[in-house]
Each structure stands twice: as structure tokens, then as C-alpha cells.
Design a protein around this ligand. Structure first.
Ligand SMILES: [Zn+2]
Ligand SMILES: [Zn+2]
Length: 444
């Protein structure tokens, strides 16, 4: 039997524990663990040795001695003792240096650390010293191992199984709540607590609140006279309004706010709100009541910000959100013209800005943070309602990323066409609201 012969050759040359011997035939036999595979090989080899003694005594004794020494196999040692033969000393496993013995200890250590963080799923990740991995690779090459697995897999599976048995949490390869990173050779256990993602939509009911935390430009957040020692240009932001109560609930370390685009500080965000995902780093609590959180946020931010449709989600949604910046948006703008506009002019504006392509060079006001280039954006439809002789309410449904204020003012000719040049009267946007964001894949 080739497997058995190969196992014998391995043991003659190197000391191997049951795990490491069994791992070389890991792909053979189901419902077995490597420890059992290794033990089975040693049992068979001991029987073979025993059988040889009456016919080829020296060969038989030598095999038993190999098993007792390099195999640390007690059955072989007992046989030798009975025959009053030299047993020899057990030697530490060449591949794992007997680290599989610390599986229980590493499991206990992992469980202790895991108790501080709520989780349903986990994954064990194994780090091995480079020398250990290289040694195993060379070993496999030397014995032409075809049905083996690597040491990392075995450690990960064995410890994962034990943790699961004690904690009743499930191993999840794709999106585990926590990854337990273990280096068995230095008995190190580190937790990588994966972020928690909560998706929702927010409405901004008043003007004057930025979407994200806005550090004081003067002091960069340290606090100075200009910012009244707050370190911030605006005392609050949508981000902080949503993140602060969420961090309290989840006992997370930090939160990142991701949204599908942003509105200006002085624009409201109405309609069904803007989709966002809040990413909470290292949460101690994961299974929070989102209805409850929603109520807390909405109560604290009453009249300013309102969140809706909170739900748990995964990291991929952040990517989708970023793509969503280009989603279809609907805006409402209150415009004041420097002189009266006629109904005819209003009609012309509606026509010009429906099914139209707008060429827009990066607005002067954002040039400091965005590259200067020309964007082409599509307007699906524009509706205008007259309010007074020189005031109108304009509703525009367009491709995301179109700068609306500049569409009105013309931004010194950088946006073409624009309301000011088409009407022939200088147009000023007084108030801007986002009233609709249509994103495929995001419920309203
Ligand atoms: Zn070993
Ligand atoms: Zn400051």
C-alpha cells in the first residue's frame, strides 16, 4: 500500500505528530480528522512492525522504534518494552513543533476575547511563521504529497470547530462578524472586529447644516477663537447627528458616513431622503433595535434631520452608493430674477431645459477641491411655476452631478446653456431643495 509505505518513509526521516502525518493524506476519507488519519497510519505501521518480528526481526524492531520515537506512538513503545528492546525518546513534530497541542489553549483564549463583542458569526484566520510554511512546502515536495492540505487550513478548522462547539456561533467564510487571527507558534490571538453597516435615508429639513463634519479651516480641528474653540465651522452635521447616537448604541470606536452624493450646506434634502450607509468600526453591540435607534435620532434631531428605513446591510452597498451619485435627481429651486419675466420667457426656459444636454465646467466655488473640467449632464425635464412677477419655482429632474446653482447663474459662462443667458435677465437661486433621488436597487 503506497500510502502506508510513504508514511513509513516520512516517519523514518522526520518526527511527525498525528495531525501532521494525517494532514498529508487529508483529502482521503470523509468524516475523519487529520489526527485520526495520522493515528490510523501509525496503528497500521505498528501492526506491520509486529507482524515482521518473527520473520524479519531487525526490520520489525526498527519500524517499531521509528514509531515510538519519531511517531511518539505509545503502542509501539509498549511493544518494544515487552520485548525488552530500546524504546528511544519521543521527538517533537518536525512540521508543527507540537503546536497542535495548543489548540485547546488557543480556543480558550479566543473565546475569552470574543465575549467582549456581540457576534453571530466568526472566522478563524491563521498566521504562520514563514519558515514553518516553507518547511511544509519542502516536505510535501520531498514526499510527493498529492492528497494533503496545508497546516493553516487544519489549524483554522480545528480551532473554529472548537470555538463553535462552545459558543454555538457559526463559522462564516464570506462575511463573518469577527475574524479571530491566531498565530499558534507565538500563542497570539487578535480579533479583527468587522464593521457594522447600517443603511438608511436621511432628510435634511432645514438649511445651514453640512452633510459631514466640517473642521474649522483656521485651526484644523484643534479649536481657536474663530470657531469658538469647537474646532468646527458648523456646530453640527448630518453625519454627527446620525453617528453619535449610533455609536452610543453600538459602543463602536468610530463611524464613517457614506452617502449617495451630497447637497450644499444651504440646500434642504427632502422627498424620500438621501440613501446613506453608516459604517461603525469595532462595534461591541451589533444586534441593536433599529426602530429604537431611529426614534432616538429623530427625537434628538427633531425639526432638523430625519432618518428613515434603517436596516442592516453589508460593505458592498457603499460601492453601490458611490455609483448612485450619478442617479437621477430632482431639485426645487426658488429663483429671483433681477427684473420681471414674461410667461413667454418662462415657456422658453421650460423648453430649453427639458431633454437637454448641459455642458458644465467645474464651478468656481468648488475649484479648490475639484479638478477643472467640463462635464456633460442631461436634464430630463424642467417645470416652472410663477410665484410673483420676478420670482419662480423651478423643478428640474436631471442626471446626478449637475450643479444646480450654476445652472441658474451661469457661473460666468462656465455652465452652458444656463437660465440667466436664456432669459436674458440675471437669475439668482435663493433656495435650493433636493426633492428626489432615484436609485435603482434602493427602496424609497
Ligand atoms: Zn505536528
Ligand atoms: Zn478653529
Amino acid at each position: 500500500m503506497e500510502i502506508l509505505e510513504n508514511a513509513q518513509k516520512m516517519l523514518e526521516k522526520y518526527p511527525l505528530c498525528n495531525h501532521c502525518l494525517g494532514r498529508q493524506v487529508a483529502l482521503l476519507g470523509y468524516e475523519l480528522d487529520n489526527q485520526k488519519r495520522g493515528e490510523a497510519l501509525k496503528v497500521l505501521l505498528a501492526m506491520k512492525g509486529h507482524q515482521l518480528i518473527p520473520v524479519k526481526k531487525r526490520e520489525g524492531i526498527s519500524l517499531l522504534q521509528t514509531l515510538a520515537g519519531n511517531g511518539s506512538y505509545n503502542v509501539a513503545a509498549e511493544l518494544l518494552k515487552k520485548m525488552r528492546k530500546k524504546v528511544g525518546t519521543k521527538r517533537d513534530c518536525y512540521l508543527c513543533e507540537e503546536q497542535f497541542r495548543s489548540v485547546h489553549e488557543l480556543t480558550a483564549k479566543s473565546i475569552e476575547k470574543l465575549t467582549y463583542y456581540e457576534h453571530k458569526t466568526f472566522l478563524v484566520g491563521i498566521k504562520l511563521p514563514v519558515a514553518v510554511e516553507e518547511r511544509e512546502d519542502e516536505f510535501k515536495a520531498e514526499f510527493n504529497v498529492k492528497h494533503g492540505e496545508n497546516m493553516r487550513n487544519e489549524f483554522s478548522r480545528e480551532i473554529g470547530k472548537e470555538i463553535s462547539k462552545v459558543t454555538e456561533k457559526e463559522v462564516d467564510y464570506k462575511t463573518p462578524d469577527i475574524v479571530v487571527i491566531i498565530n499558534p507558534f507565538i500563542k497570539q490571538v487578535i480579533l479583527q472586529v468587522n464593521p457594522l453597516h447600517i443603511a438608511g435615508r436621511y432628510k435634511k429639513l432645514i438649511r445651514g447644516i453640512p452633510q459631514s463634519k466640517w473642521l474649522c479651516r483656521e485651526c484644523g480641528g484643534k479649536g481657536c477663537i474663530k470657531c469658538n474653540w469647537s474646532g468646527k465651522t458648523y456646530s453640527e452635521s448630518v453625519e454627527e447627528i446620525i453617528a453619535t447616537p449610533t455609536l452610543e448604541k453600538t459602543q463602536g470606536e468610530d463611524a464613517l458616513f457614506h452617502a449617495a452624493g451630497r447637497e450644499d450646506v444651504d440646500a434642504r434634502m427632502l422627498g424620500h431622503g438621501r440613501p446613506y450607509v453608516l459604517e461603525i468600526k469595532k462595534p461591541r453591540k451589533r444586534f441593536i433595535d433599529l426602530q429604537d435607534l431611529m426614534q432616538i435620532i429623530n427625537k434628538q434631531a427633531q425639526g432638523k434631520v430625519k432618518v428613515l428605513n434603517l436596516r442592516f446591510t453589508f460593505k458592498d452597498e457603499i460601492r453601490k452608493l458611490k455609483k448612485g451619485e450619478a442617479a437621477e435627481k430632482t431639485y426645487k429651486v426658488l429663483i429671483e430674477f433681477n427684473s420681471n419675466v414674461s410667461d413667454e420667457e418662462i415657456e422658453i426656459l421650460e423648453k430649453t431645459f427639458s431633454n437637454a444636454v448641459i455642458h458644465q465646467r467645474t464651478p468656481l466655488r468648488v475649484l479648490h477641491r475639484r479638478a477643472d473640467r467640463i462635464r456633460e449632464k442631461y436634464i430630463y425635464e424642467t417645470k416652472i411655476k410663477r410665484l410673483t412677477l420676478n420670482r419662480v419655482e423651478l423643478r428640474v429632474r436631471c442626471q446626478g452631478g449637475l450643479y444646480i446653482k450654476e445652472l441658474i447663474t451661469g457661473d460666468e459662462g462656465r455652465t452652458d446653456p444656463n437660465v440667466t443667458t436664456i432669459s436674458g435677465v440675471k437669475a439668482n437661486p435663493l433656495e435650493l431643495d433636493v426633492i428626489g433621488i432615484d436609485m435603482k436597487g434602493f427602496e424609497k
